[in-house]
Design a protein around this ligand. Structure first.
Ligand SMILES: [Zn+2]
Length: 508
């Protein structure tokens, strides 16, 4: 609803971006024909008001319009809605131009606008244009006006007129025959034959690591890789997105919404792919899981539908790792604010890597220089914070010279086909979009009968490895995925044995 007060001469509609969601904001502008020249802007935080006023004033003056000589008042409503960022500039300027009769009020009818103004009157890209366009379609407006660089993402929203503007003076063309033509939407390539990004064939040797990677991808399991520098931990992790199933259209839209809200969309053509995020271990907790003021997505959200890679796991602060637990469990993160909470999605696969000990060589190498106590403390830290969230942990060594000089390994496309087939089996059992890593205990227990020998092997492993209850469940979970990769309905002894071996080698 547009609220009209007696004093308001013009209203323009825009958006406030909160996390990755947007809310509608009305800019009400009153221009007086008497009094001193002032510009009061209310409804924004102080610092933003000052900056926006300067930009709007200069942009209007530099675009061939007249800046009003008397009192201007602009109000951003609703007042209690948090507002951040410079994307209100364009709507403030449009309201001011309509209130001062330099635009016809009907030109702003049924139109929502977003854009940051430069002092020279050009319009700069804003974050969140995709979510804004979705909101505009929901509100059934006639058109959304966005900066030219945001046009392709806004145009992805079907059934909505998108007007891309480069400069403020082009506002005159709104609602006329000269309104700029709709931009071409971003090209979505969802089911391309070739997986995007670096290819698994680059990984020489390391059959054990490849196995772990494929099983993790097939079941959506989180993975810890322990090995000395040069063992290919990071190289392997970076290739994980290339063997994950292609994004569905709705998942791609979620990835796009996050990338758009974080201002990460590139210009022009763009293939939406599963994100791979590898934050440095010095990252703050807010940087990792999201910050509150303004609400800002963290790495877990940037990794939504993709991979979060924590290299040097033992170097991350305990606080940061603890903060990962809830997002890992729930697939969403709540950012609490003074006025309610913002919720952000974060369904990602966790891959962590670590040296075997502080010196990196590992005790088994015989060259380890670490004090036994410090090596023990290091391992304790690895098995601490997130151990109960990690389904697969593997220990790897550097590949031998022969392996390095050997043939390329199997490529990502081949592995991805197997992963996709295994995921399809899981979806048939668990429902669309779900995988073995998502199973609760009831589902896990009913997830496929174990053959009698498999059950015996599992029990023996349980006793010999001293697995905890959770460890037992994880072996069962990973066994299920190995059976799915093999196309087997029943979990057989070889599936369990392989799952146990994936635990044993990495387990201290
Ligand atoms: Zn060492």
């Amino acid at each position: 609803m547009v609220r009209i007060f007696a004093a308001v001469l013009a209203t323009a509609r825009t958006f406030s971006l909160l996390g990755i969601e947007v809310r509608e904001v009305h800019v009400e502008v009153d221009v007086c024909s008497y009094g001193l020249q002032t510009f009061s802007l209310v409804g924004l935080p102080d610092a933003a008001v000052r900056e926006s006023r300067e930009r709007v004033r200069a942009a209007i003056a530099n675009s061939g319009f007249d800046y009003p000589k008397h009192r201007v008042t602009a109000n951003l409503a609703p007042a209690d809605l948090p507002k951040a960022g410079p994307s209100f500039d364009l709507a403030i300027a449009a309201g001011l131009l309509a209130a001062s009769k330099q635009l016809r009020p009907e030109q702003l009818d049924g139109v929502m606008l977003a854009g940051e103004l430069a002092l020279d009157g050009s319009i700069r890209r804003v974050p969140g244009a995709f979510a804004m366009a979705e909101q505009a379609r929901e509100l059934r407006v006639r058109a959304i006006v966005v900066p030219v660089p945001n046009g392709p993402e806004a145009a992805l929203v079907q059934g909505l007129r998108v007007v891309p503007l480069e400069r403020l003076e082009q506002l005159k063309r709104l609602g006329t025959d000269e309104e700029p033509a709709a931009p071409q939407p971003i090209q979505l390539s969802l089911n391309g034959a070739a997986p995007p990004g670096p290819d698994l064939s680059d990984l020489r040797g390391q059959p054990y690591l490849r196995d772990a990677l494929e099983i993790a991808a097939a079941g959506g399991h989180s993975l810890l890789i322990i090995g000395p520098p040069g063992a290919g931990k990071s190289l392997a992790a970076r290739r994980l997105p290339s063997i994950l199933p292609p994004l569905t259209r709705s998942d791609a839209m979620e990835v796009l919404r996050v990338a758009s809200a974080c201002g990460l969309l590139g210009r022009g053509q763009l293939a939406v792919r599963r994100p791979f995020r590898a934050p440095h271990h010095t990252i703050s907790t807010a940087g990792l899981v999201g910050g509150s003021s303004p609400p800002r997505p963290g790495e877990v959200t940037l990794a939504h539908r993709g991979v979060l890679f924590l290299d040097e796991l033992g170097e991350f602060t305990r606080e940061a790792l603890e903060a990962l637990r809830q997002p890992l469990e729930e697939g969403r993160v709540a950012i609490t604010r003074a006025r309610g909470a913002v919720e952000l999605p974060c369904r990602f696969m966790l891959v962590a890597a670590s040296n075997p000990c502080p010196c990196g060589r590992g005790e088994e190498s015989g060259e380890c220089e670490c004090q036994p106590t410090s090596a023990r403390r290091y391992r304790a830290k690895l098995s601490g914070a997130l151990a109960d969230r990690i389904d697969i942990s593997v220990a790897v060594d550097r590949p031998s010279a022969t392996e390095m000089g050997g043939r390329h390994g199997v490529d990502s496309a081949t592995v991805r086909k197997r992963v996709v087939a295994a995921r399809e089996r899981q979806e048939r059992r668990l429902g669309p979009g779900r995988c073995n890593a998502d199973m609760d205990l009831v589902e896990l227990r009913g997830a496929g009968q174990l053959s009698r020998e498999a059950r015996r092997t599992l029990a023996r492993g349980h006793a010999q490895l001293g697995l905890s209850g959770r460890g037992y469940d994880r072996v069962l979970r990973v066994s299920r995925t190995i059976a799915d990769l093999a196309g087997a309905e029943r979990i057989e002894v070889e599936h369990v044995a392989r799952a146990i071996s994936l635990r044993r080698r990495g387990q201290e």
